[in-house]
Design a protein around this ligand. Sequence first.
Ligand code: N7H
Length: 422
Amino acid sequence: MLKNMELFFFFSIDDAPAFKVAFKNDVLPLITSTTQMLNNVPTTPVNVAFSASGLSDLGISGDDLNDGDFTSGQKSAASSLGDPGTVNWEPAFTGGTIDGVFLIAGGSQADIDATLNTIKAALGSAISEVYSLQGAARPGAEAGHEHFGFLDGISNPGIDGFTSSFKAGQANVPAGEILLGEVNDFTTRPDWAKDGSFLVFRQLKQLVPEFNKFLADNPVPVPGLTPQQQSDLLGARMVGRWKSGAPIMLAPLTDDPALGADPSRNNNFTYTEPGASDQSKCPFSAHIRKTRPRGDLGGDQNSNHHIMRAGIPFGEEVTAEEASSHTTTINRGLAFVSYQSSIGSGFAFLQSAWANNPFFVRSGTGFDPIIGANGGNSRPVGGLDPTNTAKQTTLVTDFVVSQGGEYFFSPSLSALENTIAA
Ligand code: N7H
């Protein structure tokens, strides 16, 4: 939401008629429109989304939205997403009481608190808080980088008919891949759902000291590089980009910070170029190649499985004690958010059919070393060593641990007014 802090406030609806009245009168005016976000971002942008149980409480059939994943909720999908059941889940996400979430962004905690208090005061006893997660950009030069240190927010699809200027290499996707009822959304939807989107929330813990130790212990033996450069190269091959954001397809052996910082170049590549099919520049398993295979399946953008990512880091920086013991003691990670018109073709597909599938994009690829999950078991990963791309590396630690989440529907402003609050 283009701010450096964002609060996720999960609530249950305790009094639906009172909720509808207060929402319409006092909360709806606070919800930020797309036009505002594109042209004149408010001090505290606000969005809202509802789980299937929340819609049901409001007397609206979530089934009519025709998305089976949404209707059954994320908890029942835990195993199919590769989580070892719900043992690591934040209890709020297993309790079945989350009806909705407010997303409140801002430049300071005071701004966020003030907006939250306004919303809470308006809704009173119509809702109760189930859980909150405060996200924040990392400090100083790490702002914009997720907790492993990699620049994030580089590659999101542009939306045909909405995005005014496309950046070089940016996917151009039909609006119906992200928004219900738009071009290329072939599912039957109720009229009120048009221009809404499914919001997937996942609380993904990151084991940063353990990740750093793995890189330090396993430098890739490329001649002419220092051990530090060899460890950095391993990290870059796991992600598909250097910490600066530079894609390894364009900077295969050492980081190129100028490339990473240049939006006209840092996304302008495909895997149809030399160095892709032999994995010399980028392994098939790299996180960004697994989740957007740019030409690996034919064509250059592989339409149908795009998501719009809008996550933010949560948790404090790594302490000296954690770094020296190589052990995470503070909960930190990514408050992952994605928007899509179908959870099964969007987030759940990327996680289950691609990241967790050792045979995607072909046999020997192994798991996505960043987010691929094998029910808590070890994960074979191919192609990490450019001097021997046939080598398989076995990862015994999940550097990203799912703490669960929920599936929501984020309605359009007119649906909020005329259906949700009606
Ligand atoms: Fe990923 N990371 O630090 O390694 N991701 N991601 N992600 N991710 C991306 O291109 C990361 C997660 C996608 O268009 C970048 O903007 C981490 C999930 C997709 O080329 C980095 C976590 C899913 C892309 C990371 C995490 C995805 C993408 C490069 C969890 C979906 C765009 C920045 C803690 C199931 C690919 C950028 C493209 C990019 C990281 C989660 C998907 C650095 C640490 C759960 C589609």
